[in-house]
Design a protein around this ligand. Sequence first.
Ligand code: THU
Length: 139
Amino acid sequence: MNERVIDWDHLDARARAVASNAYVPYSHFAVGAAILTANGNVFVGCNVENASFGLTNCAERTAIFTARASGDDSEVLAVSVYTPTEVPTPPCGACRQVLNEFGPTMQVRNICDSTMVTHTTLDALLPGAFGPKNLADAR
Ligand code: THU
């Protein structure tokens, strides 16, 4: 168990700020995510859409891929996700799967344009997940 203290105020601020970098000409739905790794690093991501809609990359996955590309291979402990909504909006299924790869027990917080916040864990959002352990079990 990693006992690192999670500075949610910082993660929330970083998630809100990075949403302004989102490339969202189609949905106009700018999302920001900030993750904390066990090494103590924070990485951010925004959604980046594409004229071929299915190629859109969500904010959460951008943050995860940025962490990996930056050389941080430690477990992801927490993610804060900002959506431009009046109520908190949970990560999509694809992002839950990608988050699971690098932090199956991470804490997940969703913030928005009101003061409402939700706080849960990835294993609650993706129970019975398929992950690296399942491939390791192959014969
Ligand atoms: N989006 C995210 O960035 N994260 C999510 O968890 C849900 C959806 C993005 C994808 C697309 O650019 C826009 O929000 C509308 O779906």
